[in-house]
Each structure stands twice: as structure tokens, then as C-alpha cells.
Design a binder for this molecule. Structure first.
Ligand SMILES: *[C@@H]1O[C@H](CO)[C@@H](O)[C@H](O)[C@H]1NC(C)=O
Ligand SMILES: *[C@@H]1O[C@H](CO)[C@@H](O)[C@H](O)[C@H]1NC(C)=O
Ligand SMILES: *[C@@H]1O[C@H](CO)[C@@H](O)[C@H](O)[C@H]1NC(C)=O
Ligand SMILES: *[C@@H]1O[C@H](CO)[C@@H](O)[C@H](O)[C@H]1NC(C)=O
Ligand SMILES: *[C@@H]1O[C@H](CO)[C@@H](O)[C@H](O)[C@H]1NC(C)=O
Length: 709
């Protein structure tokens, strides 16, 4: 530590004081995992009552059920198993995951008698067999057993390697005629391993609609359950004896973002396309990080689980071809064109949100090799061609020059050019990528646009399908200007059916669809779809009532790809899947309307969409500091907006106006906007998608208020 200017020392010391402040409870991270430096909520308030994460890592059940699903009693209460009652279900009331401990007394037992523990996320699969998680569909998950210890008092703790990553229900049962009293049941939560306080959210959202609030928080909690210790990944190959093992090493560090709590417990880059922005805006999942030397006095705030996940994917890159894996270790699936691109987009998203250009520098050669791989798979049509039928998010027919692939490639080329600028690669590589993006855009229109439907075909070879993925991504990633007229064609009362996976509802692809509606200014459509689809699951008494499901059928059965890869095993479906968390981003970026538009929070946009709401507020943390905003609308249509963003940043405010609003009735920080010529230069009345009228203006950082009478 040589020759430091005194001012930096002072800054360092005061920074240490800030992060050194500890709340008045013990830090309990997972086992011996080092705790993150962040331990308190950035935005304390009434909305914290919507957080599903408990205040302690040790949780207890809330009620006891019979195997018929009927309530026996609340918990705590003593439970007795005997020859007439061989099983009792402990309902935790929400999704949990980790290692269970049970204290019990055996007063009589039979030869070979033992106690079994079986787990399920949904109520459909309570009983002495667990829901499926291993992927060996020939021997679905059964239970784990305490072993035969004769009579006496016992305290059984599940082995760490058998931890159950996601469940709401635990059935405890005897295998023979036994007399057992269960005194105490608890679970030590294993997820979000570096957090000493599981409620220390770095973002928040609150609105006049309680269902939307709960949906936002169920997304945040889903992401927490998906952030796990890298040494607790799913075993592969799967055990074939009905047991499960969560002892694979997924990647570096102490925490890593996977796809699901119960399953797959594996890094999947497509899933991260939804999960990463949602985590940034909600939990933050961030840590202050020092890099040796350079950043001592300007520590990065790094979304750690994301960084480690991306790192694990680059470690699996094929060095001869440049192709990135379809999934992380230990599955290490390969051969996906879309997921290859999703890792490249994930690289951009990560650097964009964190400002961690050092990570970019470290992986720039790998990134360029990945771009080369993509360019090498452009076929004679000029579009990117995928040879694999299966290697995508689960849709049918992932082969050909799909619209979804072109949308992803277009966005990858555009963001790749930005990354080249950030990393200081001035060899002209960015110009070539931008030019190719333009070609991809026009060729996608030429080959895949169905003008009679006002939507894209799946591909030139598959004109009978107008896919939800391709059409949503084309709008979201800017291949086509926002309009979402066609998109609600496949809605059912409980969500949007996928044409490319008939009979099923994908919260992953619907996550893009709601964002596309919002970009198109179709606020009500987005709100309606969130309420019918995510609201349906959240309020479903058979589900976890706290997380977001991987997928379900249009007839309301929990299940996903049951007849295409999941071998008719409906219970294999994950009920806590980060790829479903699109509403978090949609509500923060578009309904509250506050989003980051410059790397590390250097620029931003505030563009509320009110829909049928009367109030929304929220905030999040960036490297530049705190962001927050709120708006409310009176019965007379008057709107009041307040926001506070870091000094030194630049933003754009876009306010919805009624058709007949007079700019003279707008005040900014208490001063009328309409009157002054000087002010008039700073604002514009413009048309926005969806036939809306908006007032656009630039804004510096700081704290401001605007009201429209
Ligand atoms: C039950 O177990 C938990 C976890 O070990 C412990 O914190 C709690 O005090 C126990 N409760 C009773 C009533 O023994
Ligand atoms: C099941 O198989 C795994 C290996 O695949 C092994 O580690 C485990 O001990 C077995 N469990 C039982 C109960 O036999
Ligand atoms: C290129 O893609 C188009 C559209 O999917 C397909 O019809 C054509 O056969 C492909 N060409 C080659 C050489 O694979
Ligand atoms: C989208 O709209 C803008 C502005 O009206 C226009 O310049 C651009 O060409 C349009 N893009 C497409 C793909 O239609
Ligand atoms: C929904 O459809 C699936 C697949 O056809 C079927 O197995 C299931 O029983 C159906 N569920 C209901 C509630 O009809």
C-alpha cells in the first residue's frame, strides 16, 4: 500500500465503515461460506412484508397434513406415527430447500424398520415418493432413509450431498409397523449461500396492485432459490437407485446462478437471459469486490452468482471451434445455437449492469471466437442456421433458420459492437458486426415475415407456425418495431399457449412476450398476461405459492415437455425456475418505468406505464449508487412522479399524457414547464407506440419531481 493520496485513504475508511455496519443478528451464511459484504436491505419499507425469504436460515413447517392432503394440525405440534398412521406430511407453506433435521423417539420398531423422508414442490406428489429431480426417468426419486437404529431418541440430519434443493412438502413415513414420536422438524436453507440475511434485497417494487407486488416478490425469491453453492450442483450421470445427489462442482466461487432450485441445479445460459436482469433489479445478488491493486478504492459491485455462472460457461468453450456449451457442468450439454448466443448476450448483460470490464477483457478472445462460430453457421440464405432439432429451451423443432435465432443473433451483433468499444478493440471488428446485423434484419424480413398475419413465420421452411419465441424476441431485440397486435392470438384463460410447443405455456417465452407488449405500449395486455399466467400459478393451492414454475399445460396440469424429453413424468417439472422471472424486469423497467440504459448505471430512463394502476414505486442499486422512483395517479388523471438517481448521471424521462393534456399544466421541481422558452427547448411532445402521447425530456441526476395536472 504505497503512496496513497490521503483523500483516497479517507474514502476507503468511510467506505469500510459503511460496509462494516452490521445489523443486530448473527450472520448465518451456508456452512463455512464466506458472507457477502451486503447484509441489510437497501430500501426498507412496508413492501418487505411481501418478501417470501425468511429472516432465518433455519425454517420450520407451518402445518401438518395427512397423505390425503387434509390438514391435521398446525405446527409446532407433536406428530405420532404408528401402525395405523404410517406417514405425515410437513408443509412449510412456501418453497424451501436445503438440509432437513428431525428429532424423534422410536418406542417400538420391527425388523428392517426405518424412517423415510420424501419431498415435493407441488401438493400433487406428497407421500412416500418424492417428485422427480435426477433425470433418471427409469428410477424416479423415492426417499432418503434415516437407517435402522432400533429404539431410543434420535436426531437425524440429512447428509449434505442429499440436500433437497427445492420443496414445500416433506413426507415423513415409516417402512414397517413402528411407533415414532416426531418432536421437531427443521430445514437449514442452502440457497443464496453468501447471504447472512436472506431479506437484504437491494431492490424493491410496490404498487397499488397486491397481486402484481406478490408476483414481483415471487420472482425475486425464485432467483434466490436458484443461486446456490457451486459445490451443490446436480450429479450427472444421475444415480439410478431412486436417490439423488447434489454434490457436483458447477463452477468457481461461493455462489452461482443455476436454472432451478430442485432441478436442474445447473447453469443454463438461455435461462440467464431472463434471470440476470431480474436479479439485478430485485435481490441485487451483489457483492462488493476488490480487485488486487487496481480497484482498491473503487470496489465493484458485482452480481456474483452471474459472474461465476458465465465464467463456468467460458471454461467449457470448445477451443477449436469457439462454440460455447448448451449447459454448464456436469451435464455439459452441447450443440445449441440459441444458447451459444445467450451466453454472448449474458456477457453483455453482465458487463452492462456491473461495469466489470475486467471480466470482459479476460474473455474477449473467447467472445470473439464465439462470434466467429456464429458467423460460420450462417448458411446460403444469409441467415444463421441451426442443425439441431432439440437443443433449445424445449420447443419443438429448433432446427433451421428460425426467427428466434435471427433475433438473438441480431442483438448479439449489436451488443457485440458495443462490447468491442468498451474493451477498446478498434480494429474495425465492430463495423463488420453492425453491418451483418443490418443484413440479418433485412433478410429475416425477406424470408420469414408473413405479411398476411403481421407476424414472423418460424422459418421459411415452417410457415404454419408463428412462434411465440421468435415474434416476442424480434420485438424485444428490435428486429421489428414494436407492435403486439398478433401476439395475443394464442391466449388461454391461464396464459399464452406456444405455437412452437403446442398445448403448453412457457413462462420463459411469456417473459419475453410481456416485455414486447410493454415496448409496444400495450400496457394492459402485459398486465393482463402477468395476472392470468403468473397470478394463476401463484394463487394455485397445489403449487408453492411463492415461486415461479418452469412450465405448465393449457389444461392447468403442472408439467412441461412431459411427452418430449421428460418421459411422461409430470413431477419432473421445476416449480422454482429463474427463466420465468420476466415480470420482475417488466414491472420495474416498464410499469414503474425505471431502467438502466448506460453501463454500470451511468445513464437511465424513466418511462412509467400506468395501465389500470394508481401507484407504483421501486428502486435498485447500481455501481453509481441508489436509484428510486415513484408515481401516483389521481382520480382526475393528474400524475405525480418523483425520482432520485445518482448525481453525475444522465437520463431521459418519458411521461404518459392524456390526449388533451396541455404542457402548460406540467411542473418540474415546482416550476411550470410550459411557460419558459428555455424550458421548452428541453422537452418534446411525441407519439409513442400503442397510440400514446408522451412528454419526453432529458434530466440530470439528483432528486426531482414532476407533476401533470
Ligand atoms: C427445533 O430445531 C431447531 C433447529 O435445530 C431449533 O432451532 C429449535 O430450537 C428446535 N425447537 C425445539 C422446540 O426443540
Ligand atoms: C445411490 O447411488 C449413489 C451413486 O449413484 C450412491 O452414492 C448412493 O449411496 C446410493 N444410495 C443408496 C441409498 O443406495
Ligand atoms: C439454409 O436455410 C434455409 C432455410 O431454413 C434452408 O431452406 C436451406 O436448405 C439451408 N441451406 C443449407 C445449405 O443448409
Ligand atoms: C422503426 O421505426 C423507425 C422510426 O419510425 C424507423 O426509422 C425504422 O426504420 C423502423 N424499423 C423497422 C424495422 O421497421
Ligand atoms: C392435461 O393434459 C395432459 C396431457 O394430455 C393429461 O395427461 C392430463 O391428465 C390433463 N389434465 C387434465 C386436468 O385434464
Amino acid at each position: 500500500m504505497a503512496r496513497l493520496p490521503l483523500s483516497s485513504v479517507a474514502a476507503f475508511v468511510s467506505w469500510l465503515l459503511v460496509i462494516g455496519a452490521r445489523p443486530g443478528y448473527a450472520q448465518t451464511c451456508w456452512r463455512d461460506t464466506q458472507c457477502s459484504s451486503i447484509s441489510t436491505a437497501a430500501f426498507p419499507g412496508a413492501w418487505e412484508s411481501n418478501i417470501f425469504a425468511p429472516s432465518s436460515r433455519i425454517v420450520a413447517p407451518s402445518v401438518l397434513l395427512g397423505t390425503d392432503g387434509k390438514q391435521i394440525s398446525t405446527y409446532p405440534s407433536q406428530a405420532t406415527l404408528d401402525k395405523d398412521k404410517k406417514a405425515i406430511v410437513f408443509d412449510f407453506g412456501f418453497e424451501v430447500g436445503g438440509v432437513a433435521t428431525i428429532d424423534y423417539t422410536v418406542s417400538s420398531t420391527a425388523d428392517g424398520g426405518t424412517i423415510g423422508l420424501a419431498f415435493s414442490e407441488a401438493k400433487n406428489w406428497i407421500g412416500p415418493k418424492s417428485d422427480s429431480s435426477t433425470g433418471d426417468h427409469g428410477t424416479p426419486d423415492i426417499a432418503i432413509y434415516t437407517g435402522n437404529g432400533g429404539t431410543g431418541d434420535f436426531s437425524y440430519v440429512m447428509p449434505d450431498e442429499n440436500l433437497r434443493g427445492g420443496f414445500r412438502y416433506m413426507t415423513i413415513f415409516t417402512t414397517k409397523d413402528m411407533e415414532v414420536k416426531i418432536h421437531n422438524v427443521s430445514v437449514e436453507l442452502a440457497f443464496q449461500p453468501t447471504w447472512g440475511n436472506l431479506r437484504a434485497y437491494q431492490g424493491y417494487f410496490h404498487s397499488s396492485d397486491d397481486l402484481l407486488n406478490k408476483i414481483w416478490y415471487s420472482g425475486a425469491y425464485t432467483l434466490q432459490t436458484n443461486s446456490i453453492h457451486p459445490a451443490t450442483g446436480r450429479a450427472w450421470p444421475a444415480p439410478s437407485n431412486g436417490s439423488w445427489l447434489e454434490n457436483s462442482l458447477l463452477g468457481p466461487g461461493n455462489t452461482i446462478l443455476t436454472d432451478g432450485a430442485k432441478r436442474d441445479r445447473t447453469v443454463w445460459p438461455g435461462d440467464m437471459g431472463v434471470a440476470v436482469p431480474a436479479a439485478f433489479y430485485s435481490t441485487g445478488d451483489i457483492e462488493y469486490v476488490f480487485y488486487h491493486g487496481r480497484l482498491l478504492f473503487h470496489p465493484l459491485i458485482v452480481p456474483r452468482s452471474t459472474r461465476n455462472a458465465l465464467q463456468s460457461l467460458y471454461e467449457l468453450q470448445d477451443s477449436s471451434t469457439g462454440q460455447l456449451p448448451f449447459s454448464g457442468k456436469p451435464l455439459h450439454a452441447t450443440g445449441s445455437t440459441t444458447y451459444h448466443l445467450w451466453t454472448m448476450l449474458g456477457t453483455y448483460n453482465y458487463v452492462f449492469f456491473s461495469d466489470d470490464t475486467e471480466f470482459l477483457q479476460n474473455h474477449w478472445d473467447g467472445y470473439k471466437a464465439a462470434m466467429k462460430w456464429a458467423k460460420n453457421h450462417v448458411n446460403s440464405s444469409g441467415l444463421l442456421y441451426s442443425a439441431s432439432k432439440d437443443a433449445d429451451w424445449g420447443r419443438l423443432g429448433a432446427d433451421g433458420t428460425l426467427t428466434s435465432i435471427q433475433a438473438l443473433f441480431y442483438r448479439t451483433l449489436i451488443t457485440g459492437a458495443t462490447l468491442a468499444k468498451w474493451v477498446g478493440d478498434t480494429n474495425g471488428i465492430a463495423d463488420g458486426w453492425l453491418k451483418q446485423a443490418g443484413d440479418i434484419q433485412s433478410l429475416t424480413f425477406k424470408d420469414n415475415w408473413d405479411s398476411s398475419a403481421g407476424a414472423f413465420f418460424d422459418s421459411a421452411d415452417r410457415r404454419n407456425v408463428h412462434p411465440q419465441d421468435g415474434n416476442s424476441l424480434a420485438v424485444l431485440f428490435g428486429i421489428v418495431n414494436a407492435s403486439s397486435d398478433e401476439a395475443s392470438g394464442n391466449w388461454t384463460p391461464i396464459g399464452a399457449e406456444c405455437e412452437e410447443l403446442p398445448g403448453e405455456i412457457s413462462p420463459f417465452i411469456s417473459s419475453f412476450e410481456i416485455q414486447a407488449h410493454l415496448l409496444a405500449g400495450q400496457t394492459q395486455r402485459a398486465l393482463d398476461l402477468m395476472r392470468t399466467s403468473w397470478g394463476w400459478y401463484l394463487n394455485n393451492p397445489l403449487g408453492t405459492q411463492s415461486t415461479m414454475i418452469e412450465g405448465y399445460l393449457t389444461n392447468g396440469t403442472f408439467g412441461y415437455r412431459w411427452n418430449a424429453g421428460y418421459e411422461n413424468d409430470f413431477s419432473y417439472t421445476s416449480h422454482s425456475h429463474g427463466w420465468a422471472t420476466g415480470p420482475v424486469t417488466a414491472l420495474t423497467e416498464h410499469i414503474l418505468g425505471l431502467s438502466v440504459t448506460g453501463r454500470g448505471g451511468s445513464a437511465w430512463r424513466l418511462a412509467p406505464q400506468v395501465g389500470d394502476l394508481s401507484h407504483a414505486e421501486g428502486g435498485f442499486m447500481t455501481k453509481r449508487g441508489r436509484y428510486s422512483a415513484s408515481w401516483s395517479r389521481g382520480d382526475d388523471g393528474a400524475i405525480k412522479v418523483e425520482y432520485a438517481v445518482p448525481e453525475g448521471t444522465q437520463g431521459e424521462v418519458s411521461l404518459p399524457l392524456g390526449a388533451d393534456v396541455d404542457p402548460a399544466k406540467v411542473t418540474v421541481n415546482g416550476k411550470p414547464l410550459g411557460g419558459s422558452k428555455r424550458n421548452a427547448a428541453a422537452w418534446r411532445l411525441e407519439k409513442a407506440p400503442g397510440g400514446r402521447k408522451v412528454l419526453n425530456m432529458r434530466s440530470p441526476g439528483g432528486k426531482h419531481s414532476i407533476s401533470v395536472r
